[in-house]
Design a protein around this ligand. Structure first.
Ligand code: AHR
Length: 491
């Protein structure tokens, strides 16, 4: 029996809802086919956005959506994606498979998608191959309410009112695909580019500087030392990869060793955040600059027979465990991490949804995101859990991970068991509040290789959790490789 105590009056900070953000890039079949099929498609759509996918995603209450990249962002020229579609120039998507990009999904379509999803837009600007003028003009085109050639051009293209845009990223991975820059060079460019991002709307733009990948704290150090007063957020990218970049491992056929290596790779996010926040703390103890983990998730080898540039992988209960471990780490760093964007929304990497022509399925990761959404904007509660840990190649992995938050008198508790060989019965003692109604959902799979397919789309889906609640103690069992989310009324 695993015992934990939840102290409902010991609040540890607000879990920003934006930690449950998403990312959609012009990569593979994420935008085209996955989200956008065009108005003339036989697939039911509203203004070109496929209805099945949008309706499914609405359930997640996605707080923020990052677009257009990724690496694509630093090769993207926004003017190519406005005006009559048939007149928009083509380009080659050199980052992702060398396929032709027809620019039919551009600025107007992105905001339309955000409106349909009820999500806030987060735009990544082009520093790598774009000009300062290009970036400043894009912001004016999108957000200026007055009489200007750019605002009028937007009106001519069908949008009278300016859009609300809060989140803006100044480049993406400029240490790599975004220009192979040194931090000092990017830092100077950041200062220049951000100068011209004007605030036309009611709410100032939240400027996000390109941050480090993995453990590159030198990048963080330079950016914080030189530009902390000019940024609201600094990004960080980290992917969970059980193998090497060359041989990442298969998304479905993996052995126990790879399972545990994946868990260990996921919990490295803890060290990653601690390392970067230590640097940030040294320059910014008041935590004015937020850490924005705008790319994270599993990255496996592409499914055999698919375009290597499309990053198409399947999704199993292993992905669920990675999501729970990682989201719990974000919760614990909620004083600094105010946004995270899992990669990516549809058909790319650790997706929520997969499509094949007119068919669609929900992945196990979709289910856990829906189950955990009660944490969004909740107050993180103190959880005291003495659960065991195991060592995996020098990384300590918890056997059990538990996180709890409270919002409007309702507590959300998420828990997962990383062990493959045994289930775990968990007893939660709830202190300082009376426990009312308790309910829960369980996501697990007796076969860890099982995934939802277009023929059998519901092989992994949540079921009702068997929960006992007595005298302030809540008891339930997590099967091996299982995750559960409980909802508890407090008084
Ligand atoms: O998400 C896929 C790619 O990973 C992004 O385009 C890039 O920013 C990162 O390297």
């Amino acid at each position: 029996m695993e015992k934990a105590v939840i102290n409902t009056k010991r609040k540890k900070g607000k879990i920003s809802k934006y930690i449950y953000g998403q990312f959609a890039e012009h990569l593979g079949r994420c935008i085209y086919e996955g989200l956008y099929v065009g108005e003339d498609s036989e697939i039911p759509n509203k203004n070109g956005m496929r209805c099945d996918v949008v309706n499914a995603l609405k359930e997640l209450e996605i707080p923020v959506l990052r677009w257009p990249g990724g690496c694509f962002a630093d090769d993207y020229h926004w003017r190519d994606g406005i005006g009559p579609r048939e007149k928009r120039p083509y380009m080659v998507n050199t980052n992702w498979g060398g396929v032709v990009e027809n620019n039919h999904f551009g600025t107007h379509e992105f905001f339309e998608l955000c409106e349909q999803l009820g999500t806030e837009p987060y735009i990544s600007g082009n520093v790598g191959s774009g000009t300062v003028r290009e970036m400043r003009d894009w912001v004016e085109y999108m957000t200026f309410d007055g009489d200007s050639p750019l605002a009028n051009e937007r009106r001519q293209n069908g949008r009278e009112e300016p859009w609300k845009l809060k989140w803006f990223g100044v480049g993406n991975e400029n240490w790599g695909c975004g220009g192979n820059m040194r931090p000092e060079y990017y830092s100077d460019l950041y200062k220049r580019y951000q100068t011209f991002i004007r605030n036309y709307g009611d709410e100032p733009i939240f400027k996000i500087a390109c941050g480090a990948g993995d453990f590159n704290t030198r990048w963080t150090d330079v950016l914080m030392r030189e530009q902390k007063h000019l940024m609201n957020g600094l990004s960080l990218h980290y992917y969970t990869i059980p193998g090497s970049w060359e041989h990442k491992g298969d998304s479905v056929s993996f052995d126990e060793d790879e399972w545990y290596k994946t868990m260990a790779a996921a919990v490295k996010m803890e060290n990653m955040l601690s390392s970067h926040t230590a640097v940030m703390d040294s320059y910014d103890p008041e935590k004015k600059v937020s850490l924005i983990v705008d790319e994270w998730g599993t990255w496996f080898d592409v499914l055999p027979g698919t375009n290597p540039g499309f990053l198409y992988q399947q999704n199993t209960i292993r992905d669920v465990l990675v999501a729970v471990l990682t989201l719990h780490i974000f919760h614990n760093h909620c004083d600094r991490v105010i946004m995270a964007n899992i990669a990516q929304l549809v058909n790319v990497l650790q997706s929520m949804v997969l499509t094949e022509g007119e068919k669609m399925l929900l992945t196990p990761t979709y289910h856990i995101f829906r189950m955990m959404k009660g944490h969004m904007d909740g107050e993180l509660l103190d959880v005291d859990c003495a659960g065991g840990v195991y060592d995996c190649g020098g990384t300590s992995v918890p056997e059990i991970t538990i996180s709890a938050s409270e919002k409007n008198g309702v507590m959300t508790i998420s828990a997962a068991n990383t062990r493959l060989d045994c289930g775990k019965t968990v007893e939660l003692e709830i202190r300082d509040s009376a426990v009312g109604d308790v309910s829960g959902e369980l996501l697990s799979s007796s076969d860890i290789h099982c995934c939802n397919t277009f023929d059998e789309p519901d092989k992994i889906a949540p079921v009702k959790l068997d929960v006992k609640s007595e005298n302030g103690k809540i008891t339930f069992t997590l099967p091996a490789a299982g995750a559960a989310v409980l909802t508890v009324k407090l008084s």
